[in-house]
Design a protein around this ligand. Sequence first.
Ligand SMILES: Cc1cc2nc3c(=O)[nH]c(=O)nc-3n(C[C@H](O)[C@H](O)[C@H](O)COP(=O)(O)OP(=O)(O)OC[C@H]3O[C@@H](n4cnc5c(N)ncnc54)[C@H](O)[C@@H]3O)c2cc1C
Length: 371
Amino acid sequence: MEKFDVAVVGAGPAGSTTAYRLARAHARVLLIDKSGFPRDKPCGGGLTMRAVHQLPFSIEPVVEDRVTRVRCRLKYGRVMNRESEHVLCLMTQRRRLDEFLVEQAVEAGAVFRDGVRVEIESDRRIRVDGRPVEVGGLVGADGANGITAKTLGLGGDIVNGVALEGNLPYERLPHGEWRGMLVLELAALPGGYGWIFPKGDHVNVGVGGWGTEGPRLRAHLRSLCDHYGVDLDELTNLRGHRLPMRRPGTKLANGRALVVGDAAGVLDPVSGDGIYEALVSGKLAAEQIIAGDIPGYERAVHERLDPLSSAGWGAKKALDRFPRAVFAIMRLPVTWRVLEKLILGEVAHPGEAKGAGLTAMKAIKTLARAA
Ligand SMILES: Cc1cc2nc3c(=O)[nH]c(=O)nc-3n(C[C@H](O)[C@H](O)[C@H](O)COP(=O)(O)OP(=O)(O)OC[C@H]3O[C@@H](n4cnc5c(N)ncnc54)[C@H](O)[C@@H]3O)c2cc1C
């Protein structure tokens, strides 16, 4: 029977970078995915610089644009434009990014098998295309619809948001400079927003919100398109996916197994970004496995990600209930400076802001409590 120190199920950003780190530490790692690579994943493909700083290598070969400008609009009404002297986000396409991340894991020594059927028998034994594999540890990195968490009694207590997105050539947008800019249509739908993200030869257009918006998601996306004079049918590659958001009861480790990324529901509730959290959870997972302390993983995730996640839940609820008040706070120059620092990773969570910026963050927290 084949034996590995660790099997990582799922080769998205969480799985590949966990496999990379473990392989670099000389563990024998099997990285497995049910899809044949390269494969796509419904995603805006935006990496905040906070996320980029978590990567153990450069992703320069797959960067398609660099964002320095942000345009936010509230309910298709009032607009806020901001520009940074720093690059805030790197724009990628997940098909290319994820293949690149897998290549790095393989170069580091991980064994990669894609397009395979994975069965989880226990935290010590799995089957790949029917053949048994013995493992010393198991990492569930199989995303929002994965099997590892369910099979091993992990995850749970997760609120699922939903998102729908597609691609559009630049020339179909109204005249203007769309490159280097994130467009966020805040409160365009309950529990979320619409977006236009720049890529190499097209933009990614999408909407995401509470799970209950699922049946109306197409109508919300049509409405976003209407505001830009685009027909929904012009979008290509239209696809939807869940946005899993954990709560305090979510179980992250059990026996020799743990979950990372979307499988753990670590996605940021207010932005719907999950790549940063996928990379951080992957790093913590690798560290805990190498230290031989898998049970300690849950505490490590709580310490590292809970302050940001709870601020995200608060901001999401406040924006949903008091959109105008939150937008008014967002428009303050001090708030932009805090948001810029958060995106750049210069502050870990809003509670670390200083002076007037902290006061603005506290005002959002007060609105969240009232909501
Ligand atoms: C529409 C949309 C837009 C988004 N935009 C952004 C954004 O711009 N920036 C950002 O930071 N985040 C964004 N997110 C969130 C982000 O996409 C996820 O948080 C991120 O992909 C999580 O990475 P992961 O590695 O945990 O899971 P995934 O990327 O989902 O990877 C999971 C992998 O597991 C594999 N898998 C699943 N089931 C099995 C199985 N049974 N056996 C084997 N393999 C399996 C899948 O094939 C997949 O390759 C967006 C999400 C959505 C839905």
